[in-house]
Ligand binder design. Structure first.
Ligand code: AGP
Length: 606
């Protein structure tokens, strides 16, 4: 998720913009930039990498007197992290910063190029400035030009524009999920912009949260907001609290915030890739003809490895292609069988996991084509891979991975359908149904307050015991592994994920009332088989927590999930249940949920 800041007033603008961008660092970025206008002259600074690089290139510059400026930290979605791709992007006389995705940028860019416009970057953002100026030339009215531009841009975005044509105004527009706030000051002679409230704390006194389709402009003592051509009234919310608290946006932990963000980030993961009747993953072009691949081998660690196992079920079921998952630290030393017709896939949230990186190098040295499914552009694993599909989960601060896993699962679901279409392994009808279901994934991960409350109450019963089994069948087996890992990581209680059908081959000897079994019991996949496995455990007095859409009377605790018509929607909802159950047990135990003992967010060593 990119970060946006803006300022108009008489204070030194560069410092305010840089401080604001620092406050947004937690959102993750790979490049940054600022543009500051004084009496119609614009000073533009951009840098790849950390904000210290931007401070260095703008060292020695200070605004004097009245100035207006915009700033941006970029989390790449279109185009590599380079200075040319860093924001602000330039029209002829306009400078733009943008958070989100312009879905129809390619068509607009093509049109503008035909009209003689030259583009400097690979980004979707760059079309905004040129389109705004084209509309300005047509209407000779900056506000009308802005309205037209917003109307023409499809997707989800928060945008700031400064232009030499109006050197006392900052223009803004918002559509869809990316947040944009206006900060007002008590003395009413300066205005701020920010992507999150934490930036405004200590600077502004009040915040205006812009709404869907809002657009308008600010001058140093005036705010004008419009929506579909009409000026709209707005409310100013008093700003209070601390910056650290604001980064968590009211949640107790980053992990909790990231679980609640899953619905929004799944929308981002689909943006520009899933339409109602097609899935397009442009990134795959770098692999060449996909029909060359007879097998997919997926390599990862930890939670990403669980996504790898889950992906094999989807590839074999949907794409009818052989697929296998490997733990990277094992793969590295096992002298694996590799063949050139194998697509080697690595999954990594951080893109810096040493074992996964080394496994990738082994595959590359063996001459295999490589694909990374990763959350951090320009990371080492991304740079080393032939192609990358970015998961777009935004920065994940909680050490225990949640939204990264959710987006990995969605990427593989999409990829399995793209391959199914290429291989003709699914009918058009079936593909259409899958796509309709994929579009509902965002709904399946919405955290229902009543569910959260129930899990909070239930968690008090699971603070001890001599262990937990998480059990499931088929694709719910890797989810059982993931649920067990979540519990282990943040509660320090022992837990194992197990295939439900395997319990009778030994582990059931552990069954007694102190053994807690968390049973994933989806209605749409192997319900009866899984149910009988649970009954075997219950008959031996194991304490059962059943997670299922159907009442399950022999469970000691029952967590009722929604009725869905597809196993992946049940998967996503049960994923949220096991994430929150672990969170609430850890909270009761008083653990540091975001920074569990002994763990690091990225394991960059063997
Ligand atoms: C997951 O909750 C853990 N933090 C850990 O297992 C993690 O998934 C693993 O270290 C792999 O990290 P990566 O996805 O960044 O490669």
């Amino acid at each position: 998720m990119c970060g946006i800041v803006g300022y108009i007033g008489n204070k030194e603008a560069k410092k305010i913009l840089l401080d604001g961008l620092c406050e947004l660092e937690y959102r993750g970025y790979d490049s940054a930039g600022i543009a500051i206008m004084q009496q119609g002259d614009v000073s533009l600074f951009k840098a790849v990498g950390k904000l210290a690089n931007l401070a260095a290139v703008s060292d020695g510059f200070e605004s004097k007197g009245f100035a207006l400026g915009i700033g941006h930290t970029r989390w790449a979605t279109h185009g590599k992290p380079t200075e040319a791709n860093a924001h602000p992007h330039i029209g002829e006389n306009s400078f733009v910063v943008h958070n989100g995705i312009i879905e129809n940028y390619a068509a607009i860019k093509e049109e503008l190029i035909k009209e003689g416009i030259n583009f400097l970057s690979q980004t979707d953002t760059e079309v905004i400035g040129h389109l705004f100026e084209k509309n300005l030339k047509k209407t000779n009215d900056s506000l009308e030009a802005l309205r037209l531009t917003q109307e023409q841009l499809e997707g989800a975005y928060a945008v700031l524009i400064i232009t030499k044509f109006e050197n006392e105004k900052i223009f803004f527009m918002k559509k869809g999920s990316p947040p944009l706030l206006i900060g007002t000051s008590k003395n009413n002679d300066e205005i701020y912009f920010a992507s999150s409230e934490s930036v405004l704390i200590g600077q502004a006194d009040g915040a205006i949260f812009l709404k869907e389709d809002d657009y308008g402009f600010v001058k140093k003592d005036e705010v004008k907001i419009f929506n579909h051509g009409e000026e709209v009234a707005f409310q100013v919310k008093k700003i209070e609290g601390t910056r650290a608290g604001a980064q968590k946006e009211g949640y107790r932990y980053f992990m909790e915030k990231e679980i609640y963000e899953q619905s929004a980030v799944l929308v981002d993961t689909m943006m520009g890739r899933v339409s109602k009747d097609r899935i397009v993953l442009e990134e795959l072009a770098a692999l060449g003809d996909l029909s060359q691949f007879r097998e997919i081998k997926i390599c990862a660690c930890g939670t990403s490895y669980h996504a790898a196992i889950a992906a094999t079920y989807m590839f074999e079921r949907n794409s009818k292609i052989r697929a296998s998952a490997e733990i990277a630290s094992e793969f590295r030393y096992k002298e694996p069988f590799l063949s050139k017709d194998m697509l080697f896939v690595v999954i990594s949230q951080s893109g810096e996991t040493a074992d996964t990186l080394e496994a990738l190098k082994i595959a590359k040295n063996a001459g295999l084509k490589t694909l990374a499914v990763c959350n951090v552009d320009n990371s080492t694993i991304v740079r080393e891979s032939d192609a990358t599909i970015l998961t777009r989960a935004g920065i994940e601060k909680g050490v225990a991975s949640t939204k990264a896993f959710a987006t990995q699962m969605l990427v593989f679901w999409m990829l399995s359908i793209v391959l199914a279409e290429k291989k003709g392994s699914m009918s058009n009808e079936a593909i259409k149904k899958e796509i309709e279901t994929i579009l509902k994934a965002k709904d399946a991960v919405v955290v229902e307050p009543a569910m959260h409350e129930r899990l909070k109450r239930l968690s008090k019963r699971y603070l001890h015991g001599h262990g937990f089994f998480f059990i499931g069948r088929d694709i719910f087996y890797p989810l059982a592994l993931e649920g067990a890992l979540k519990l282990k990581e943040i509660t320090y209680l022992h837990a194992e994920g197990y295939p439900a059908g395997e319990m009778k081959h030994g582990p059931i000897a552990l069954a007694d009332s102190e053994l807690f079994t968390i049973a994933l019991l989806p209605k749409t996949l192997l319900y009866d088989k899984t149910k009988s496995n649970i009954e075997e455990l219950s008959a031996r007095d194991s304490t059962i927590v059943a997670i299922s859409p159907s009442e399950f009377d022999i469970a000691d605790d029952f967590i009722k999930t929604k009725v869905w018509d597809h196993y992946m929607l049940e998967f996503f909802e049960m994923m949220v249940v096991v994430q929150i159950l672990s969170l609430e047990v850890a909270v009761r135990l008083g653990n540091d949920v975001d920074m569990p003992r002994n763990l690091a967010k990225s394991v960059t060593v063997e």
